[in-house]
Design a protein around this ligand. Sequence first.
Ligand SMILES: NC(=O)c1ccc[n+]([C@@H]2O[C@H](COP(=O)([O-])OP(=O)(O)OC[C@H]3O[C@@H](n4cnc5c(N)ncnc54)[C@H](O)[C@@H]3O)[C@@H](O)[C@H]2O)c1
Length: 261
Amino acid sequence: MQKVALVTGAGRGIGRKICLELAENGYDIAGVDILLDQDNKDKGLPEVQQRVEGFDKKFLPIQADIAYLNNHPKILDSTLEKFGRIDVLVNNAGVAPEKRIDILETTPESYDRVLSINTRGAFFLTQKIAKHMIQQVGEETNSKSCIIFISSISVYVSSPSRPEYCISKAALSAAAKIFADRLAAYGINVYEVRPGIIQTDMTASVKEKYDKLIAEGLIPQKRWGLPKDVARAVASLARGDFAYSTGLVVEVSGGMHIQRL
Ligand SMILES: NC(=O)c1ccc[n+]([C@@H]2O[C@H](COP(=O)([O-])OP(=O)(O)OC[C@H]3O[C@@H](n4cnc5c(N)ncnc54)[C@H](O)[C@@H]3O)[C@@H](O)[C@H]2O)c1
């Protein structure tokens, strides 16, 4: 049976690499992104589509803002229409605050924006896809589905200049744990992948700052993380390498969780 993965934030960065890694691992992919320029084949979803098809796998580009819950039926329905099933959901889409501002000045607008995408959008999309997965598991013997949340080390690291991001990821981590608990009865495993400092467009504006911190030893494994580091962890979870470990948190941060003296 041809397996299918639904990946949000698929047009660039970590999400793009997750699509390619899963395609290489044999999945057809539905890739969701807020941006879609069909005329530009060099970037975004059209570029990812070409790369996925290079692995002889199918790719469905879906333009949708996951923050708007009324987009979620379109995401589910168009994926089912094209592929007939969903085996893996990767909640990857996420944003940083537009401006880094001290916690004493955080605006309600930025707080709501970040949480509506990173947390609320991912939570309700998962709720919708999980209900489909429950139905799918009920109809098939030996069916295995899984859901993966891309959180961040910001779950436990304090960044006073972007508290709304840290809060959004801490709440997402809680959502991953609770879905893991609830869905275990159906054989649907739920995991959290917690990236550290990963070289993507999201971190481009703070590259110099992080280059310096890394050179000074912030990360035990003394290098930037790459989208591939995260994508390989996701592929391993999707493949079932951690089949008896629902609720597992996989940190991909070069050891940033190690407290040092
Ligand atoms: N880069 C890092 O250092 C880092 C570290 C920890 C966690 N993360 C998390 O990994 C995920 C991917 O990050 P990235 O670095 O690849 O970011 P990125 O900004 O390079 O890519 C994010 C993608 O998500 C899409 N997107 C944004 N808002 C969306 C929405 N509302 N609906 C649908 N798509 C939307 C964007 O268009 C973009 O293609 C995010 O959840 C981020 O918080 C990143």
